[in-house]
Design a binder for this molecule. Sequence first.
Ligand code: AMP
Length: 548
Amino acid sequence: MQGLMQKTPLLLSSLITHAAENHAKAEIVGQSVEGPIVRTSWGEVAARAGRLAGALTRLGVGAGDRVATLAWNTPRHLELYFGVTGIGAVLHTVNPRLFAPQIEYMLRHAEDGYLFFDLSFTDLVAELAPKIPSLRGLIALTDRAHMPTLDHPNLLCYEDLLAAESEAHPWPLFDENAASILCYTSGTTGNPKGVLYSHRALLLHSFCAAAADGLAVSCLDSGLLVVPLFHANAWGLPFAAAMVGAKLVLPGPRLDGASLFSLMQAERCTFAAGVPTVWFGLFDYIDRNRAALDLSTFRLDRVLCGGSAAPRALINETFGAFLLHAWGMTETSPIATLGRLLPKHLGLDREARYDIQAKQGRPVYGVEVCITDPEGRRLPRDGKAVGHLRVRGPWVTAGYFKGEGGIVLDDGNWFDTGDVATIDEDGYVTLTDRAKDIIKSGGEWISSIDLENAAVGHPDVLEAAAIGVPHPKWVERPLLLIRCKEGVSVTRQAMLDFLADKVARWWLPDDVITVDELPHTATGKLSKVSLRKTYADHLRKAVSDGLA
Ligand code: AMP
């Protein structure tokens, strides 16, 4: 027997319609690329998304057509989130921090028809556009007065396009399984692969993001979105915020500690989302300028932190905000696990609570997790067994765009994340490594994440990378690279002494090297591939020289 409820499709346009009808005045504040702070609202965003939909239709963009963006977190980019997807077209958010040849690959692979770009990327667009045969036009995200000079037969101005349309564009109804957003994985090996989100997946994900034991986003919140709109749907927050009418604060291209602090302060931000590096930058800025800053209006209540492991050293330093540690990936829309506390943790002292927060969290409803051995056999949830982390659920990918990478699910529909983890009795996942980053010493596994987290606990260390490098006896041994804070240094011996009571003896790195910079991927993760290459001979040489 069928239920007798309406079969309203779960479309993203329902979110912007809801926000416009019920939270029209809720603010959207953005740092524009041109310079000034822009103040708008969900009502305005909805109206302009409607105009954009009209403009896209007039340009011949239809259902399933790909429209790319190279843009920061600004109100215009938010309008594109709704205007493009609302008509059934696919928004392809491109990460501008990738290398130009990778961006070229993605634009060609996605066969984007139009590219919307922020002025910061004019040179990049000028270089790439002639190489993309599918591109029919370029739209500069600005007004007439700021139009860039760019030699292209169809260069259009965003504000002119919108001005020519009426805002009353009715959102069409279509299959909720239709594609909405296309986002390529950062592709640390090989070419990036496209993850194609359906409307249904992102809508269900929004409920999870907004829920009280999710990110607890409400209309009383003012949320600073540092996580880029070009990275995994900005963790679903634009949609969750529209669902509840939360105020959003978009920092545009200015992501340094001072800019983020002043924006947060001015807009009374209650929550913020971004990768650990951003929070290190912000909290370090506050710490160094504590005497000169007015912290009485600092309202930050929650910091959503993911993308890389949030070290203990960061969890201690959030100026009263709760650091909510999350794990996920482009392939999981991205929220999969969240570090909420259980009732039994409420009485814990601070240090013990931080231990819980340092884990990557428990699965949210909608994502199942398990760990397996290399043969795919389930391992126990005992907090000890280390295995390959697998996930499944309605917002987990079923395959990559155009079938790249072949079949990605096993018989039980489980997706192998490429991460290695433990899961404890309460379901808390603790990531020990990327499968390809794990250090294998004499057949045993050493967690590079644990080593790094321990090393950044040193007060003079800003960032650390632990890598496995070839060793004549142990096959691989850990090498630790550290970047120290300005004006201070840490010797090899001092670091080894510091680590001595924090990790097992045999985990202690064979060498510690101080560097000025550590390489990062375009999504802010340590790029260990290049480090392993650079230091491939380091220990072999030290051993043959009799130094290790
Ligand atoms: P991306 O698809 O670029 O978002 O990268 C996803 C990968 O980032 C995951 O598979 C993890 O390796 C890593 N990652 C995400 N969140 C965390 C976290 N909280 N702790 C450690 N690694 C993380």
